[in-house]
Design a protein around this ligand. Structure first.
Ligand code: WTA
Length: 658
């Protein structure tokens, strides 16, 4: 431990140190000079047209690269026809990739399955035929609520083979969250499993699905994968076992010729209201964006084994476990389980076992490993690694340096990638054979991506080198097209400031003197808990649904390991008294309404909340109190005395993740 302390001392100076690409890495990299940046600057549309031509196989070429006639409803590659499952599978079958592993899967139990591209073709075609036999057609929506099993990848690819839109719901969400997402999308089919494993214990999924389906009359069929073997109810006529329904399905299915702008998927994400937003992604631009970024950012080569440790239930998994890697004919590792089960070396044992070359994870995981100590990775030969990546939240320089040293052996460049569910693809990132790295900075916009900083008070493009809102000033191919069934919310949320001149990401950011971008965090009411996006409003609406709660305010408290943790402040209704038991009840209530990731670290009972005279809750002030910071000017409050009261309550019971 003493050694570690010494290593991370003087981080300030290391923060300003620049890490040049190693010569041997540079020599072999896809990109090792500034030519792509120059090309994209000289000819923006030409750059993206070339990317679409070189990375995607089209049944029919597009008529127009970018249609910007109706902003902010931009369209890319209009008139083009393609199929994503064809791009991710069929086109590899006439090459030496035919019997290459597309997915290497491992479960927490140790079970493994390797699916070659040829096998993937049969599995996907069979499941696409199952969907057709159940009457699903192009444009219908299927909700997929599965853990990280191979069937999840198969189901997604089968949907896009026949033009069914998928809406994947993270397996860690509970029945309430699942129900909201099914209801909003009116989906006809639910694909789930009996249950999952979590640290050796069974975890129910079909039971949650049953709970949700009770209130979702649009669901006509439910396909159930047998995974953990737990006892479940199957409803006659509605529920079908995956293994049985696929048994007689034909292993051939023609891919639908999809329009470039046909919807590929909806993915719900947290916004600043209680209702999750259905982010809509389409086909041609999305595939172009994820295929090119996967190739250049991860410097993906034919012989690499690539592992992104995210869950497919989040956008990272959609873009960089499934679609980007498979479009490039890569071998993608898929792991269902905890990083520390049965021991804290699980991930590193898998890096050694599969000779993983490229590894992409979240800073929150790195901080956990940092806490557990370097003895766990040191047990393993990880010399196969040649590139590391991070995503989901800012990485603190200490964690960056630990990752660089103890995982990458001071040999591997680290790509810190900034992007969002809405952007579909990586937007700000180093290109590892070209960009000098600064620990903690996502560095520069990807070629063909235009990022700037906008200030609230300014209406024109401001000075770049000041802190402000991260904005994207030109459309990009993998951008969201709208929010499902809510064009107005799409405009209001992302484009209303500055008269539609820029997409507003919701993050605060600044450029340093070298033009490097730093993104310290969100500046809206969205929290980032262990790399997961959660809205304070979503938690607040869950809390006020409890019989004892009159009013609630939730804030994200800065946390050493998880980035942020939710803390709830609650006013009780008359007749209810604060108690440890009620705190426990409320935590459990949120857990069952949304999911374990949303569980508040503390519930604070208070007489009132700090409100302005117009009644607006000052969440920022609550966060300051929770973090032990001086609350600043409180004279604008309706009742300034509440600040001291809350401060006492917070001091009596400090919080923090373990
Ligand atoms: C944050 C995940 C700093 C940011 C792909 C963004 C980051 C939100 C980074 C999107 C990064 C993601 N540095 N912050 N490299 N990557 N974020 O939609 O606040 O789950 O707005 O997409 O995560 O989260 P989402």
């Amino acid at each position: 431990m003493q050694k570690e302390e010494k290593d991370t001392a003087g981080v300030e100076s290391l923060m300003t140190k620049v890490y040049d690409p190693p010569e041997n890495f540079k020599a072999q990299a896809w990109v090792n000079d500034d030519s792509p940046y120059k090309k994209a600057d000289e000819d923006f549309e030409g750059f993206w047209a070339e990317a679409a031509e070189q990375n995607v196989t089209w049944f029919k070429k597009w008529d127009k690269v970018l249609d910007d006639s109706n902003p902010p409803f931009f369209k890319w590659f209009t008139g083009g026809k393609l199929n994503i499952s064809y791009n991710c599978i069929d086109r590899h079958l006439a090459t030496p990739r035919k019997n290459k592993a597309a997915i290497i899967w491992e479960s927490e139990t140790g079970a493994t399955r390797t699916i070659t591209y040829q096998e993937m073709y049969y599995e996907v075609c069979r499941f696409a035929n199952v969907l057709k036999n159940l009457g699903l057609k192009k444009g219908d929506i299927a909700t997929i609520y599965l853990p990280m099993v191979p069937e999840l990848a198969i189901a997604m690819l089968a949907c896009c083979r026949i033009g069914v839109i998928h809406s994947v719901v993270f397996a860690g969400f509970s029945s309430g969250a699942l129900q909201d997402r099914i209801e909003d999308s009116n989906s006809k089919l639910l694909i789930t499993c009996d249950g999952n494993f979590r640290r050796g214990k069974p975890l129910a999924m079909k039971i949650n699905a049953d709970e949700a389906m009770k209130n979702c009359p649009t669901i006509e069929n439910c396909i159930v994968v047998k995974y953990n073997g737990m006892d479940i109810q199957m409803q006659d006529g509605r529920d079908h076992w995956w293994g049985e329904i696929i048994a007689d399905a034909k292993p051939e299915c023609e891919p639908e010729h999809m329009d470039a702008e046909d919807i590929l998927f909806i993915l719900y994400t947290s916004g600043t209201t209680g209702k999750p937003k259905g982010v809509v992604h389409t086909t041609g631009g999305y595939l172009t964006g994820v295929a090119l970024t996967h190739k250049w950012v991860f410097d993906a080569k034919e012989e690499d084994t690539y592992w992104c440790s995210a869950d497919i239930g989040w956008v990272t998994g959609h873009s960089y476990i499934l679609y980007g890697p498979l479009a490039n004919g890569a071998t993608s590792v898929m792991y269902d389980g905890s990083p520390d089960y049965p021991e804290r070396n699980r991930w590193w044992s898998m890096v050694e076992k599969y000779r993983v070359n490229i590894f992409y994870t979240a800073p929150t995981a790195i901080r956990a490993f940092m806490k557990w100590g370097p003895q766990w990775p040191e047990k393993h030969d990880m010399s196969s690694l040649r590139l590391l990546g991070t995503v989901g939240e800012p990485i603190n320089p200490e964690a960056w340096l630990w990752y660089y040293k103890h995982i990458g052996g001071e040999r591997c460049p680290i790509v810190d990638t900034w992007w969002q569910t809405e952007t579909g693809m990586i937007m700000v990132t180093p290109l590892p054979g070209y960009t000098p790295l600064k620990p903690g900075s996502a560095t520069k916009a990807f070629p063909g991506v235009h990022v700037d900083i906008f200030k609230d008070e300014e209406t024109e493009r401001p000075q770049a080198k000041t802190k402000g809102r991260l904005a994207i000033t030109k459309p990009w191919p993998a951008m969201l097209r709208t929010l499902y069934n809510d064009d107005q919310r799409y405009i209001d949320t992302y484009w209303s400031r500055w008269g539609g001149k820029a997409y507003i990401a919701g993050d605060g950011a600044f450029f340093d003197d070298d033009g490097y971008l730093w993104v310290p965090g969100r500046i809206d009411d969205v929290m980032n808990v262990a790399g997961h996006r959660l809205s304070t409003m979503e938690l607040e609406s869950a809390l006020v649904a409890h019989e004892a709660v009159a009013e609630a305010a939730v804030v994200g408290k800065t946390d050493e390991f998880k980035g942020q943790i939710p803390v709830a402040f609650v006013i009780l209704k008359d007749g209810f008294d604060p108690s440890d038991e009620l705190e426990g009840d409320l935590k459990k209530f949120v857990r069952t309404k949304i999911g374990p990731i949303a569980t508040p670290a503390a519930v604070r009972f208070t007489r009132d909340l700090p409100k302005t005279r117009s009644g607006k809750i000052m969440r920022r002030l609550l966060r300051d109190l929770e973090e032990g910071k001086p609350p600043g000017d409180v004279t604008t409050l309706r009742d300034p005395t509440i600040v001291d009261e809350i401060s006492e309550i917070v001091k009596a019971h400090p919080t923090g993740s373990k």
